[in-house]
Design a protein around this ligand. Structure first.
Ligand SMILES: Cc1cc2nc3c(=O)[nH]c(=O)nc-3n(C[C@H](O)[C@H](O)[C@H](O)COP(=O)(O)O)c2cc1C
Length: 191
C-alpha cells in the first residue's frame, strides 16, 4: 500500500517562526510514522488580500490554484498556527479564504480532507485559543474532518533543541500520537 500523503505548513513566514518550528517537528514525526510528507511555506504562495471584485474580474490568482492543488494532492494536512489576538493570523485565514471559494473548490478538490492542528506561542497558553477558530474555519471552508487530538506549545522559545526536536518528552509523545492518528484517519477516509 502506498504511504499516506500528508501536507504540512505553518501559518507564519517569519524568519525563525515558532509555528515554522512546530511544522518542521510535525513533518519529521509524520515521516517517522510512515507518511509521505510534503512540507511547504506559505511564503512560496503569496496572495493578495481576498476581494470579491478581484475574483469576479480577474479570476483566481495562480498561487491560489497552486495551493489548492497541493491540498487536493494530499489525503491529510497538518497546520501549525501562531495565535494573533486569540485567533488565527491573516496570512493563514487569507490562504484558506482564497482556496475555499466555491468556484475554485468546484474545480480543485480541496474538500473532505483530514486535518490535524497545532499552535505555538511564547506565552503560557501556547496559542491554544487560535485552534478553536482554526478548527471551525477548516470545517466550514473545506468541509474538513479535523481529528480531536491537537497540540499547543507554550514558551516556544525554550521548547526545541538545536536540531529542532522537542526538549520535553510530553510534546514529543503527543506529536507522535497526533501523527499516527492523522495518518490512520486520512488513509481510511480519503482515497
Ligand atoms: C498581531 C499579533 C497578535 C498577537 N496576539 C497574540 C495572542 O493573542 N496570544 C499569544 O500568545 N501571542 C500573540 N502574539 C504573539 C505571537 O504569538 C508571537 O509573535 C509569535 O512568535 C508569532 O508566531 P510565529 O513565531 O509563528 O511567527 C501576537 C502577535 C501579533 C503580531
Amino acid at each position: 500500500m502506498a504511504d499516506t500523503r500528508i501536507l504540512v505548513f505553518a501559518g507564519s513566514i517569519r524568519t525563525g517562526a515558532y509555528s515554522g518550528k512546530l511544522a518542521a517537528a510535525a513533518a519529521k514525526e509524520l515521516a517517522v510514522a510512515g507518511a509521505d510528507v510534503t512540507l511547504v511555506s506559505l511564503g512560496d504562495y503569496p496572495l493578495p488580500i481576498y476581494n470579491a471584485d478581484m475574483e469576479k474580474h480577474d479570476g483566481f490568482p495562480e498561487n491560489a490554484k497552486k495551493f489548492a492543488r497541493l491540498i487536493e494532492a494530499h489525503q491529510g494536512v497538518f497546520i501549525a498556527t501562531p495565535e494573533y489576538n486569540h485567533s488565527l493570523p491573516p496570512l493563514l485565514k487569507n490562504t484558506i479564504d482564497w482556496t475555499s471559494r466555491p468556484k475554485l473548490a468546484a474545480e480543485i478538490k480541496v474538500r473532505g480532507k483530514v486535518f490535524a492542528i497545532g499552535s505555538s506561542s511564547d506565552g503560557l497558553i501556547g496559542g491554544a485559543r487560535a485552534l478553536i477558530d482554526l478548527r471551525k474555519v477548516l470545517n466550514t471552508a473545506y468541509g474538513a474532518i479535523t481529528i480531536a487530538e491537537q497540540i499547543s506549545i507554550s514558551k516556544s522559545g525554550e521548547a526545541y533543541d538545536e536540531h529542532g526536536n522537542f526538549v520535553a518528552e510530553a510534546p514529543q509523545k503527543l506529536m507522535q500520537t497526533i501523527s499516527r492518528r492523522l495518518i490512520e484517519v486520512a488513509a481510511r477516509l480519503v482515497p
